[in-house]
Each structure stands twice: as structure tokens, then as C-alpha cells.
Design a binder for this molecule. Structure first.
Ligand SMILES: Cc1ncc(COP(=O)(O)O)c(C=O)c1O
Length: 381
């Protein structure tokens, strides 16, 4: 199996140095631990990048209609009208989350995380001198649910919640009812909600993405939602992201900070890619979502006992249950690399509640998924 995942010559991702750092020296690991698509990307996006690169001029350029393109994408794909909402452009979600933590909490304050949850949240909280207030998800009949009791308890002493909707790594696309309860609890306790909705477009058939904005209206909750084309279209190394809020002050303060720190430097190629993605990327995305369904089906059909898939509703991330192997942290990571030849994100990276699980990126060609299944079957023996 080609362990470069068929990426074009010259592509360095996933980079060899971090592969070695996290997973050891073995050369032939199948690298599926990063949340990125490993398939040919949307042709209109690739063409826009090539055309912009061919222009031979890369100076300052104002952002030509990114916000308008994003608004109209959200309305056509998700029925979400953003007319009354303010939008700011931000270099990354990490920048947005870090900035919102600075703006809406004080050193020492609690920030709620619903673990197991995306690995960057915790260091963003702790490096800002805030503390993590945990409201872990509960696993009920092989399905993750929000624990509203734990959330209400954590909210009593916290000033912020970082919500992940859809949820990385467990793949839930939270329902309107779930989100409405979150909004109520956070409204009651004055907790600011940062809704990380970067996986919004990656919702599988039969499920829907519900924007936090759509439930926040009836409450007093203060919130900002984070979006962008980076996960959907594989542009994490190139494109900017967006912050949306009904709170002009939040967007205004982010704009001031951005201005002060000169975060507004435009990447002209990234802007061309973003516009192409939002204006002409829908057809490719429909096909990609279909391929993800097929890949998830392959996993369900092929995973060897006792490994199983937690049924996904969204994202290209498979949350695999290895608890039947009876391996402790860190033996599971060692087993995955040494015995199965797989570089996956071990579940404990997402919080101790993730122990016994591992996350595998499945936005890849079907033969990559088959190879991963085969390696697991050989390792289980
Ligand atoms: C939920 C979530 N938020 C944020 C990010 C990272 O965003 P950025 O690289 O823009 O900080 C990721 C990347 O996988 C993610 O899954």
C-alpha cells in the first residue's frame, strides 16, 4: 500500500516529522490521524488556485466577497439565513477561540469542554490561564449524548462553553432540542457559547446540521459560531475562517484586535480558493459526502471483532471502539502502531473519557479504508 495515500508528488502531509514524533520510527504506518480529506479536492477549487498562482502577482488584495459567498452557501446548503448576523474573517479557528477566550472570560475562569473533544480546545483554555470545567458526554447504548446535568453543574462556575457541533471526534450532529437546552443552560448561567461549527458541511445523509444561531434567538445566551471552508474542502493550509455572531460588540472587538495585531493580511490564493469553494464547490461536496457514506459502510462491514464503529452522523472521522481488546492507555496506541501499522489518534488525546477508542480519518480512497481494515484484521489475528 502506498503510505503517501496517493497525495501528489511534493505534498508533505501528513508530515514525516510529526508522524515519527507521535508514532515512532516504523516507516510504513498508514497515516490517518489528521482530520483532513485525502482525496482529489474539488476541481473548481484546484483550478482557482492554479489560475491565481499563474497570475504572477501576489500583493495586497481586499477580500472580494468572501462574506457574501459564505452567507449564500449557508443559506443554500443549510437553509440558514445570516442576514442579521455580523461576520469577521479570522486566520484560524484557534485564533478565533483564543481571542474569544480573552474577550469573554477572565484568568482563572472555567471554560466548559464536553469531552472527549477536539484536542486543541484544552491547550487554548489552559494556555490563557483559564481552567477546564468538564461536562463529559455520556455514552448511552453506543451513542454519545450530552449530559445536561453535568453541563448545568459546570455552568454554575464557568464563563464559557466551547461547543463542538458537529462533534469531533464522536461524529454527533447535535439536534435542535439538544442545542436549545445548551442555550437555556448557558443563558441562565451567563455562559458565553463558542460554537465550533467547522464540520457543518460534512453531515451524512439522513442527518442535519443545526446552527447554534437558530436556537439562540429565543434566549439571552451570548454566542459566536466558527466556520470556514478548511475542513470541507481540505484548505487548512491555505484559507481563512469566519466568526459569526448576533453580537456586534463581539465582532467589533475581534475586528479591533485583528487590526491591532495585523491579523488581516490576506492570502490571495486562499481567498480565490474560498470563493471557488463556496460558489462552485457544492457538486464536488455532494459526491464526497456519498463517498464518505460508502467508506463508513465498508468499515461497519469489515471491522474485525471486537472493534466497532460508533455510528457517525457527521464528519469524516470514524470513532472506533477498541475497548473489547482490553488495552489500557498507552498500550492501545502502541498496539495500533506496532501491531496494526496504523497511525490513528488514540482516544485519550481527546480527554480521558476517550480511552479505549481511537479516531481514524476516513476521507480517503476506498482502497485506503480496505487496507486499514485488513491491517486491523491481521493485528487482531
Ligand atoms: C472541531 C475543530 N476545530 C478546529 C480545528 C482546527 O482549526 P484551525 O486549524 O483553523 O485552528 C479542527 C481541525 O481539525 C477541528 O476539527
Amino acid at each position: 500500500m502506498d503510505v503517501t495515500l496517493g497525495l501528489p508528488v511534493g505534498a508533505q502531509a501528513p508530515d514525516a516529522a510529526s508522524l515519527r514524533r507521535f508514532f515512532g520510527e516504523r516507516e510504513d504506518l498508514l497515516p490517518l490521524w489528521i482530520a483532513e480529506p485525502y482525496v482529489p479536492l474539488a476541481p473548481p477549487v484546484v483550478e482557482a488556485i492554479e489560475d491565481r498562482a499563474a497570475a504572477g502577482w501576489y500583493g495586497y488584495e481586499v477580500r472580494p466577497g468572501i462574506e457574501a459567498a459564505f452567507r449564500s452557501w449557508m443559506t443554500s446548503r443549510h437553509g440558514w439565513r445570516l442576514d442579521d448576523l455580523a461576520i469577521a474573517v479570522s486566520p484560524s479557528l484557534g485564533t478565533s477561540i483564543g481571542s474569544l477566550i480573552e474577550m469573554h472570560s477572565e484568568p482563572g475562569d472555567g471554560v466548559i469542554l464536553q469531552s472527549p473533544v477536539f484536542t486543541d480546545f484544552k491547550p487554548l483554555v489552559t494556555s490563557a490561564g483559564r481552567t477546564v470545567a468538564k461536562a463529559p458526554l455520556s455514552l448511552v447504548d453506543d451513542r454519545y449524548e450530552m449530559d445536561f446535568g453535568a453541563l448545568a453543574e459546570a455552568a454554575e462556575g464557568a464563563s464559557m462553553l466551547i461547543l463542538c457541533n458537529p462533534h469531533n471526534p464522536v461524529g454527533r450532529a447535535w439536534s435542535g432540542a439538544d442545542l436549545a437546552r445548551v442555550a437555556d443552560i448557558c443563558s441562565e448561567h451567563g455562559v458565553f457559547v463558542v460554537a465550533d461549527e467547522i464540520h457543518a458541511d460534512l453531515v451524512l445523509a439522513g442527518n442535519t446540521f443545526t446552527p447554534f444561531a437558530s436556537v439562540a434567538g429565543g434566549t439571552e445566551v451570548r454566542w459566536a459560531a466558527l466556520h470556514g471552508p478548511i475542513k470541507t474542502f481540505g484548505l487548512a493550509g491555505l484559507a481563512d475562517t469566519l466568526i459569526v455572531s448576533d453580537d456586534d460588540e463581539t465582532i467589533g472587538r475581534f475586528g479591533d484586535l485583528s487590526g491591532r495585531l495585523h491579523l488581516t493580511r490576506n492570502n490571495v490564493v486562499g481567498m480565490a480558493a474560498t470563493l471557488a469553494a463556496y460558489e462552485r464547490g457544492g457538486e464536488w461536496l455532494d459526491g464526497f459526502l456519498g463517498d464518505l457514506e460508502t467508506n463508513f459502510d465498508r468499515l461497519v462491514a469489515g471491522l474485525p471483532e471486537p472493534i466497532s464503529l460508533v455510528e457517525p452522523e457527521a464528519t469524516y472521522l470514524a470513532w472506533l471502539d477498541f475497548r473489547g481488546l482490553g488495552l489500557e492507555v498507552p498500550e492501545l496506541s502502541v498496539w495500533l502502531a506496532d501491531e496494526a501499522g496504523l497511525a490513528l489518534s488514540p482516544g485519550h488525546w481527546f480527554g480521558r473519557e476517550g480511552a479505549g477508542f481511537a479516531r481514524m480519518s476516513i476521507g480517503a480512497e476506498p482502497q485506503v479504508i480496505d487496507e486499514a481494515i485488513e491491517r486491523l484484521a491481521r493485528a487482531v489475528g
